[in-house]
Every structure is written in C-alpha cells, then in structure tokens.
Design a protein around this ligand. Structure first.
Ligand SMILES: *Cc1c(COP(=O)(O)O)cnc(C)c1O
Length: 472
C-alpha cells in the first residue's frame, strides 16, 4: 500500500480487518484468536531515516509511532511519549556503551523497574488512560506474573485514572527485589494478590476468570500481555535510536536480543521492514531452546520448560511468534491458521527448506546453557569491569559466536544485573551495585493481599473491591 494511506490493522488470521490503532490497542488479542498487525508496513527512505540521526529518544519515538497511529493527534502522542519516558533514569533514556571495536551494549532497562518491559508498559499505561478518558470508560487490568512483567505493569498503571490493576504473583516465589517492586506500590488502584501457589496456578486463575465471559464483561476486565500491538510499537523505537548511536555511514548492523515471548525481537523485525539497515537479528535463548531449534533446523517442537538463571526467557510457546509466521508465509492467513492448528494438535510444526532458508536470512540463533551464562558474566566482568545480567549474557554469548570483529553488534541489555543478584554472585562472587531506586524500596510500606489458590476467592476479591469503588 502506498504512503499516505490511513493506517489500519488486521489479524494474522484474517477474519478481523480495517481496525483503527486505538481499537487495536483496546482489543489486545484479535477477536478471531490471531494477533493484530498493521495492514501495511510503512517504509522510510535513506534520506528520511538520516533525518532521525540526531534526534533525541522522545523525538525519534514520535516520528516512528506517528507512522503507525492515525487516530490520535500528534500533540497528544507527544504528550504520552513525554510522560512515559520522563520516569526513566536521568541522562540518556538508553545509554549505549562500546566494548572493543565493534561490540556495543544498549541498556534498554533504565525505567522504573529496571527491565526493558518498562519501555512498553510505561507507554501502554498512558495510552490506555488517554483512550479510556476519551471514551468515558473504565477498565480493570488482570494479569499473572512470575516477576518482571507484573512489576513493570504495576509501575505503568499506578495512579492512572479510570483503571485498576490486579496482578497475581506466587507468594514467596518471585525474587525479593521483584516482590518489593510490586508490593511497595500503595496507590489505591493497584492490587497485588499474593497467591498461595505457583506461577502456573496464578496463570490458571487468570485464564479461568477471563473465560467467564459474564464476569469479564461485568467488571470490564482487560489484559496487558505481550501480544498487545502497542507494546511492540513502543519497542521498535529503540532499534532506531540505538542504531544511530552506533552507525556512522548507514552501514548494516547486527542486533542481539535475549528472547522469550518474541516481542522484543519482533519489534526489531518491524524496524528492519521499515528500512533500518539490520544485517540479521540474533535470537538468543537460554536452555529453553525451542526458538533456536526453529531457526537452526526449522524444528519447532515443544519440550518442557526448565528453570534457568534468566527466568524471563523460561518460555516454550512464544506468544508473538505468530506475527512472524504471518510474514514468513507470505502474508497468507489461511496458512497461518493451518500451521497453528498443526501445532495445537501435534505440539510441533515442520517447515520446508525454503522457509528454513528465509528464517536464516532473518535470524541467527544460539542457545546458552546455565553454566555458560555464568562463565560469560565472569569473563565479561574480568575483561571489561562490566556486569551483564543473565538474560543479556545469553545475548552477548550469541554475539561472540558470530563476531567478525568488524560489523557493529548491538546487544540489547534487557535487565539491570541488580535484579538477579543470586546468579551474579555465583558468577563473580560479588554483588552488583544497586541503583538508588532499588535501594530505596527496602523501607517502604507494603500493600498486598494474601489469597488462597482459588479462582472463586480471587473473583470474590475483585467483586468486593470494584463494588466498593463505584460506591454501589
Ligand atoms: C521479558 C524479558 C525478556 C524476553 O523478552 P520477550 O519480548 O518476551 O522476548 C528478556 N529479558 C528480560 C530481562 C525480560 O524481562
């Protein structure tokens, strides 16, 4: 589709189309079970891109987001961006550091909870607030977390008008810092539910509640999971921003991306489609290597989730992968549906030779074991006096496998090492320095509710709080 066309969205499964950006954001998962994607990907010419070169982060964000948003006026988008990234550490929103000639680390974790999910969830919180205000509607977010997503979501939505947020976490089973990042938020619209069970129990409860369509409708429940298109969009921005901190002559670069749900790396794929000179995206996994097998041999087959030092990548079914499938299958929704069915029935999909070739044009992938993760943290620390978090370590390890000593490699650092102290201590026998915002968590008041591992008990809690809220 030509430029200047109004941006609309459709589902990867083809039954939903012609949807505006705002409706897409509110829809989350498409009504036909697919994922929402732009009806066309806008492109920038080299000259247009060079105009972005010296802009600051917020200005690049505005330019990129504007390409995908036609139903919010530009000053409002600017406002939302301003608010969203003013909560980041002072100085550069995303510091880019150089190691050796061609190895770079882009710290995309300087938001309120020190994981890169803040970039998307700060934006999403302000975006939801704007859309709800305009529609004069209220919404109640419900989600389960094993750590990073829940804390980033809480910090994205705390204090927002017309939104309450209920986040379930397994009591005593998230890291101490993650627990503090959630429970020390005492705003009246935030409800931390500490469930006497595991993360899987929490997820089961949330799923059951969403499946009760009456309850879902009565209490205007919404989700904020990583399939929301607005999250992907917010993440496209830093590929452009970091590229221009590194490249001088519009040369091609590699991006290395520690991958779990394929949200971050899919944003890189979109950046490349817009025109950013990316040679390949490096898809880094830990011992949960389904995506590495997929890239290396077209073997996309389920195995069990194992626990590693990089818990946010302990995932088998990557919820954003269907978006890539859509493009891999030549934008053919029927083929997407067929392959997803195949996966649901057999726990695997087979890809043919030409598909595997295409996958290898787009990605390189490497899986890092637990032992290697600690080793790379130790080696990097010794060599550069810099502490990688365990997720970023998987990314850097994959980079080093491919390093040609020349092409720029931009490693996205997805979390601050202080969030994962146990692994760091194991690797280098010392603790990483804590940023002030983490240190300050320790003496705060806490607000959380301990609930039994029971769907009914969680429902009852939500019912009571929301009825009290509306004064009924
Ligand atoms: C969520 C997360 C990831 C994985 O990102 P995806 O978008 O799910 O691929 C990697 N590292 C950290 C620290 C995370 O919190």
């Amino acid at each position: 589709m030509p430029k200047g066309e109004i941006m609309k969205y459709k589902s990867t499964r083809g039954k939903v189309k012609g949807i505006s950006f705002k409706e897409t954001v509110m829809m989350g998962l498409a009504d036909d079970g697919g994922l929402m994607i732009p009806e066309y990907i806008p492109t920038l010419s080299k000259d247009e891109m060079i105009e972005l070169k010296d802009l600051n982060y917020k200005d690049i964000a505005l330019k990129i987001m504007k390409l995908f948003i036609d139903d919010i006026d530009i000053s409002t988008i600017k406002n939302i961006i301003d608010k969203s990234y003013s909560t980041f550490d002072k100085g550069d929103i995303i510091p880019v550091k150089r190691f050796d000639n061609n190895i770079f680390i882009a710290e995309i974790f300087h938001g309120p909870t020190y994981a890169f999910k803040d970039i998307a969830l700060q934006f999403l919180g302000n975006l939801f607030e704007h859309i709800l205000l305009e529609k004069n509607k209220k919404m109640n977010i419900l989600g389960a977390t094993s750590g990073d997503t829940g804390s980033a979501a809480i910090h994205g939505f705390k204090g927002k008008k017309d939104i309450n947020i209920f986040i379930l976490h397994p009591h005593g089973k998230v890291s101490p810092i993650q627990e503090l990042q959630m429970t020390t938020v005492t705003d009246k619209n935030v409800f931390n539910l500490a469930i006497d069970g595991t993360f899987d129990d929490c997820q089961y409860i949330v799923k059951s509640i969403f499946n009760d369509l009456n309850f879902k409708q009565n209490y205007s429940l919404g989700a904020i999971n990583s399939i929301n298109w607005a999250r992907v969009l917010a993440q496209v921005v830093y590929y452009f921003y970091t590229y221009f901190r590194v490249a001088n002559n519009f040369e091609k670069v590699y991006f290395s991306v520690p991958t779990g749900n394929f949200g971050n790396i899919f944003a890189g794929y979109i950046a490349k489609k817009i025109g950013l000179p990316i040679k390949k995206l490096i898809l880094a996994t830990n011992e949960n290597n389904i995506l590495t097998r997929f890239v290396q041999n077209g073997d996309y087959s389920l195995s069990n989730v194992v626990e590693t030092y990089s818990p946010s990548m302990d995932i088998q079914i990557a919820s954003n992968l269907e978006r890539y499938f859509y493009f891999l299958f030549g934008e053919d929704s029927d083929e997407v549906i067929k392959k997803i069915k195949e996966f649901e029935q057999n726990g695997k999909i087979n890809f043919n030779k030409s598909e595997v070739e295409q996958i290898n044009i787009d990605f390189y992938s490497f899986s890092t074991s637990n032992d290697e993760t600690l080793k790379i943290i130790a080696d990097f620390y010794k060599k550069y006096d810099y502490i990688l978090d365990p997720h970023t370590a998987c990314g850097v390890n994959a980079t080093l496998k491919l390093n040609d000593g020349e092409t720029p490699f931009i490693n996205l650092a997805t979390a601050h090492p202080a969030k994962f102290q146990d692994a760091i201590y194991k690797a280098i026998s010392k603790l990483p320095e804590e940023p002030e915002r983490i240190m300050n968590l320790k003496n705060r008041d806490k607000k959380y509710f301990k609930l039994k591992n029971s769907v009914d008990e969680v429902k009852e809690f939500i019912r009571k709080e929301l009825n009290a809220d509306t004064g009924n």
